[in-house]
Design a protein around this ligand. Structure first.
Ligand code: PLP
Length: 381
């Protein structure tokens, strides 16, 4: 008769096998591209785009989903048959559904009803199930309840992204710096990244310090989101009621994964500018991009304008977060844009002028744009 430490349970064997399968999947995958685009108006400034849309599940959330599930496995929270549950605006759920299917685990996504039908179809294609809520602020409680009912695991990207992702090695930042190594300006002046969970910006900001680079990190927030307010006021209490229209970024509460102290400068940009920038960029790439990528590009243009003003040359990097085909009903649909009161034309004209000539003048004297910086540690004492 086996004692308390007698025979080995089936579970550790299953966990080892599950991690084997995740590692084998990673071995079959390639790194994502770092594209360089040329803009005649940006003299002396090299601009690069890390294209995260080419992951097997179409967005930068592929990295995060893998990290969250590995974190759960290594924490002893996932075993054979554990139902995985997530609160998501879509992209994370698509990627987690892929990995849940790989491990033969049930997956339930709690998503806002406004989530694009393409993302819902992708979740279901990977065998996941969707539970809909009316507002993005309702996803957290619903996910927690469902996980409790199923005795499953609420993966909780908004809490765990920043600690589940390894910021020292094997992350998006390390990949960017490796791919930049042979460029004329291998250390970018700025890396620009919008915030959803805050996990990617936390990883990039920590990696910059750890690798002792002089690069600075510019965060980008959007309308109907509280990250910028929280950053500016250094209070984590900010919240807002309306849902962000820029899928993947902008949150109704200050997510625990948001780490403002690694973000050197943060800006808030109008949604119309983000969508306009997505259109401007899509015209120069082989594929469309989403609204959060547009927000990133607006932030990058802002940094480029400051460099031109100061007469600095160097490089800038931002991220293509996902593919714009997911948004053919929204950002690339005139009826949707009209219904939302989003007029992209003035921003498209302003961005095209900037990229062609270097003259940076946003519509309405830059109304809707705001910028703040984080004080250095010494200044905070
Ligand atoms: C999640 C997400 C982001 C933001 O990344 P975080 O690491 O969560 O801050 C940006 N764009 C898209 C499309 C996303 O899904």
């Amino acid at each position: 008769m086996p004692g308390p430490f007698g025979s080995e349970a089936a579970e550790p064997e299953w966990v080892r096998n599950a991690i084997d399968r995740l590692e084998a999947d990673a071995r079959r995958s390639a790194d994502t591209h770092l594209f360089k685009l040329r803009f005649p108006g940006l003299d002396g400034i090299d601009v690069y785009f890390k294209d995260e849309s080419t992951h097997p599940t179409g967005s930068l959330k592929h990295r995060m989903a893998r990290s969250l599930i590995l974190f759960g496995l290594c924490n002893g929270l996932i075993g054979p048959g554990t139902a995985l549950v997530e609160a998501s605006s879509g992209s994370t759920a698509v990627s987690e559904a892929y990995f849940a299917e790989l491990l033969g685990l049930p997956f339930i996504a709690v998503v806002p009803r406004s989530t694009s039908r393409q993302k819902i179809a992708a979740i279901e294609r990977f065998g996941g199930r969707c539970h809909f809520v009316d507002r993005s602020s309702e996803v957290y409680a619903a996910a927690q309840t469902i996980a409790a009912e199923l005795d499953g695991l609420y993966l909780d990207q908004f809490t765990y992204a920043e600690r589940a992702i390894d910021w020292r090695t094997g992350n998006i930042a390390e990949s960017i710096f490796k791919q930049m190594a042979g460029e004329p300006h291998p250390v970018p002046e700025w890396i620009v990244m919008s915030t959803g969970t805050g996990g990617t910006s936390a990883t990039i900001g920590r990696y910059i310090r750890f690798s002792r680079k002089k690069t600075r990190l510019c965060g980008v927030d959007v309308e109907n989101s509280c990250f910028f307010e929280a950053y500016k006021s250094r209070e984590r209490t900010a919240n807002c009621v309306r849902s962000s229209r820029i899928e993947g970024v902008g949150r109704p509460r200050v997510e625990p994964s948001f780490v403002p102290s690694v973000i050197d400068q943060m800006m808030r940009v109008p949604d119309a500018a983000s969508v306009a920038a997505a259109h401007v960029l899509a015209a120069r790439l082989s594929h469309r991009v989403g609204g959060s990528t547009g927000a990133n590009f607006v932030g990058l243009c802002w940094c480029a304008a400051a460099m031109l003003r100061d007469g600095r040359s160097g490089s800038l990097v931002t991220v293509l977060c996902d593919d714009g085909e997911r948004y053919s009903d929204t950002y690339y649909n005139d009826d949707w844009l009209k219904a939302e009161g989003i007029d992209t034309a003035p921003y498209v004209a302003a961005l095209e002028r900037f990229l062609a000539s270097g003259v940076f003048e946003m519509p309405g004297d830059g109304a809707g744009f705001e910028c703040a910086s984080w004080p250095a540690p010494a200044q905070r004492r």
